[in-house]
Ligand binder design. Structure first.
Ligand SMILES: *[C@@H]1O[C@H](CO)[C@@H](O)[C@H](O)[C@H]1NC(C)=O
Ligand SMILES: *[C@@H]1O[C@H](CO)[C@@H](O)[C@H](O)[C@H]1NC(C)=O
Ligand SMILES: *[C@@H]1O[C@H](CO)[C@@H](O)[C@H](O)[C@H]1NC(C)=O
Ligand SMILES: *[C@@H]1O[C@H](CO)[C@@H](O)[C@H](O)[C@H]1NC(C)=O
Ligand SMILES: *[C@@H]1O[C@H](CO)[C@@H](O)[C@H](O)[C@H]1NC(C)=O
Ligand SMILES: *[C@@H]1O[C@H](CO)[C@@H](O)[C@H](O)[C@H]1NC(C)=O
Ligand SMILES: *[C@@H]1O[C@H](CO)[C@@H](O)[C@H](O)[C@H]1NC(C)=O
Ligand SMILES: *[C@@H]1O[C@H](CO)[C@@H](O)[C@H](O)[C@H]1NC(C)=O
Length: 454
C-alpha cells in the first residue's frame, strides 16, 4: 500500500515538475521540441524556425498568443540545422547551446558558479548561482524587442549603450542594419549601420517627463514611463499600468521603431506608435542605387537599367543590398556610356563637389572620368556635383516639391530606354490611362511598318 502511494506521489510530483518547468539546470536541459515556460505562463523558450527558414534558433515567445511572436533570440548569429541533435544546457558555469559537440552559443561568463537559468514571467531569462545572485540576464542582451520592464542603459564610464538591433529580414534574426540606442544627451537615436543617425527622440525632459521630440508620449494612459540617471549610468524603462495589456517595442526590419499592443478581440498586433513616420525617412532603406518613394508600394524600386542585387532578399522586403546595373559599366574607348535622368529626386549623400561649371561641362566631365557614376548640376550655384561611390539614400519626391533635383545616372548605352522622349511621354500618358499609352505605341509601330514597306 505504502509503495503504491509512493509511486502515485512521485508520479504526481514528476508531472508537476515537468509541466511547470521554468528552469534549465544540471537536471534539465532542452532539446528537440522541449520548451520551458515562465511561472505565470506568459513566455515560453525553445527552438523555433523563423518563417520558411530551415534553420533553428533558441527563442522566446508569448505562450498564449495565437501568432508566434519572437521577443528574444539566443543564437541569432549562428543557427543550428537539427534541433534534435542540439541541446541548451548548463555547462562549465554557463548556459550554452551545443550542436553535437560544437559550441554554437554561450552566455560567455568566466564564472564557474552558474547553477540554473530561469525564465521569468516578464520575459527575462536569468542565470543564477547557488546563492540566487544574477550572473547574466537576457534583458542585458536584447535582440530586436524591448519588453516592458527591460531597461536600455547608457554607461557613462564606458560611454556605451545597450542596443536593439533589427533582424536582417523576416526569416533571419542575425543583426540587420538598423539599431536604436540611448546617447550621452539622454536622447534615443536610431542608427543605420551603427553610425548614421536618422532619427532622435530628443533629450529627456524631466519637467514634462517626455522626450522632447515625442510629444505624443504625453497623451497616454497605458504606459508608465520612467527615466533614471545618476553619475554612472542612465536608463529609460516603461511598464504597463494594466498588467493584462500586452505590448512591445520592436526595432523593425523596416528601420522604424514600432510600439504594438495585442488586441484580444482581433487576435493581432495593433500599431500604437512608430518612428520615423515615413518609410523613406529611414536612411538608405532601398540600399545603393535604390529609389525610395513614399507614394508607391513597394517603397523601393530600381532605376531603369538596374536590377535588385539580391532578388531573394528583395522579395523578402530586405532592400538593403540595393540595385546594380544590368550591364556592368565599361569605361574604355569605343564603349558608349550615357546618362539616365531621374527627375525630382532628393540628391543622395556622399557627393563630391567638382567645381563651378556649366551644365554641359558637368556632364562631359563626369563622362570623362571612369569613377564618376552619377552627376547633378546645381543651377543656383552653378556647381557640378558628382558621385564616385555608392549612391545612397535616393528619394523620389512628390510632384509639387520645389526642392527636387535631377540626378543623371551613368548607364551602358544598351541599358538606356530606347527612345527617351517617347518613354517620357508614355510615362505621362500612363497617368491618364494605359490605353493612351498602348495606342501611342501602336501608332508608332504602324507608321514604322508603313515606312519599312515604302
Ligand atoms: C512560406 O512559403 C509559402 C509557399 O512558398 C508562402 O506562401 C508563404 O508566404 C511563406 N511564408 C513566409 C512567412 O514567408
Ligand atoms: C525530431 O524528433 C521528433 C520527435 O522525436 C521527430 O518528429 C522529428 O522528425 C525529428 N526532427 C528531425 C529534423 O529529425
Ligand atoms: C575572462 O578571463 C579572461 C582571462 O582571464 C579575460 O581575458 C576575459 O576578458 C574574461 N572575460 C570576461 C567576459 O570577463
Ligand atoms: C557598414 O559599415 C562597415 C564598417 O563599419 C562597412 O564595412 C560595411 O560595408 C557597411 N555596410 C554597408 C551596407 O554599407
Ligand atoms: C510607474 O513606474 C515607477 C517606476 O518604475 C513606479 O515606481 C510606479 O509605482 C509606477 N506607477 C504606477 C501607477 O504603476
Ligand atoms: C547608479 O545606479 C545604479 C543602479 O541603477 C547603481 O548600481 C550605481 O552604483 C549608481 N551609481 C552611483 C554613482 O550612485
Ligand atoms: C488594456 O486592457 C484593458 C482591460 O483588459 C482593455 O479594456 C484595453 O482595451 C487594453 N488596452 C489596450 C491598448 O490593449
Ligand atoms: C576622377 O574623379 C576622382 C574623384 O574626384 C579623382 O580623384 C580623379 O583624379 C579623377 N580622374 C580623372 C582622370 O580626372
Amino acid at each position: 500500500m505504502v509503495s503504491i502511494l509512493c509511486v502515485l506521489f512521485s508520479f504526481f510530483f514528476l508531472c508537476l515538475h515537468v509541466s511547470s518547468a521554468d528552469t534549465i539546470s544540471a537536471d534539465f536541459s532542452l532539446s528537440g521540441d522541449q520548451t520551458i515556460f515562465s511561472s505565470g505562463g506568459t513566455f515560453k523558450l525553445g527552438f523555433f524556425q523563423p518563417g520558411n527558414s530551415t534553420n533553428f534558433y533558441i527563442g522566446m515567445w508569448y505562450q498564449q498568443l495565437s501568432q508566434q511572436t519572437i521577443v528574444w533570440v539566443a543564437n541569432r548569429y549562428k543557427p543550428v540545422s537539427d534541433k534534435n541533435a542540439s541541446v541548451l544546457r548548463i555547462s562549465d558555469g554557463n548556459l550554452v547551446l551545443l550542436d553535437g559537440n560544437n559550441l554554437v552559443w554561450s552566455t560567455g561568463l568566466n564564472s564557474t558558479s552558474a547553477h540554473e537559468a530561469v525564465l521569468l514571467d516578464d520575459g527575462n531569462l536569468v542565470l543564477r548561482d547557488d546563492s540566487g545572485s544574477v550572473l547574466w540576464q537576457s534583458f542585458d542582451h536584447l535582440s530586436d524587442t524591448w519588453l516592458p520592464g527591460a531597461k536600455i542603459r547608457y554607461d557613462k564610464r564606458t560611454k556605451k549603450s545597450q542596443r536593439l538591433t533589427s533582424w536582417k529580414n523576416s526569416e533571419d534574426p542575425s543583426p540587420g542594419l538598423f539599431s536604436v540606442e540611448l546617447d550621452e544627451s539622454t536622447a534615443y537615436k536610431i542608427l543605420w549601420n551603427g553610425s548614421t543617425q536618422y532619427w532622435s527622440s530628443g533629450p529627456w525632459n524631466p519637467q514634462s517627463k517626455i522626450f522632447d521630440s515625442v510629444p505624443e508620449m504625453r497623451l497616454n494612459y497605458i504606459f508608465n514611463y520612467s527615466f533614471f540617471s545618476n553619475a554612472t549610468e542612465s536608463y529609460f524603462t516603461y511598464s504597463m499600468y494594466n498588467s493584462r495589456n500586452i505590448s512591445r517595442l520592436v526595432m523593425d526590419v523596416s528601420g522604424q521603431i514600432r510600439q504594438t499592443t495585442w488586441l484580444n478581440n482581433n487576435n493581432q498586433w495593433n500599431l500604437f506608435w512608430s518612428q520615423p513616420r515615413q518609410q523613406c525617412q529611414v536612411y538608405a532603406y532601398c540600399g545603393s542605387f535604390g529609389i525610395c518613394n513614399d507614394q508607391s508600394l513597394p517603397f523601393c524600386q530600381c532605376p531603369q537599367g538596374f536590377r535588385p542585387k539580391s532578388q531573394k532578399d528583395w522579395d523578402m522586403k530586405d532592400y538593403s543590398a540595393g540595385c546594380v546595373r544590368k550591364t556592368e559599366l565599361q569605361c574604355s574607348p569605343g564603349v558608349i556610356n550615357q546618362f539616365l535622368p531621374l527627375t525630382n529626386v532628393k540628391l543622395p549623400d556622399n557627393l563630391e563637389v567638382w567645381g563651378i561649371t556649366s551644365f554641359s561641362m558637368c556632364g562631359s566631365t563626369c563622362l570623362g572620368n571612369c569613377s564618376c557614376t552619377a552627376y547633378a548640376h546645381d543651377e543656383s550655384s552653378n556647381r557640378c556635383l558628382m558621385w564616385t561611390k555608392d549612391v545612397l539614400n535616393l528619394r523620389q519626391l512628390e510632384e509639387d516639391y520645389s526642392e527636387g533635383n535631377t540626378l543623371y545616372l551613368r548607364l551602358s548605352a544598351s541599358d538606356m530606354p530606347t527612345s527617351s522622349s517617347s518613354g517620357k511621354s508614355c510615362n505621362k500618358a500612363m497617368i491618364f490611362g494605359a490605353v493612351l499609352c498602348s495606342l501611342w505605341y501602336y501608332y508608332r509601330w504602324f507608321f514604322q511598318e508603313l515606312w519599312h514597306i515604302a
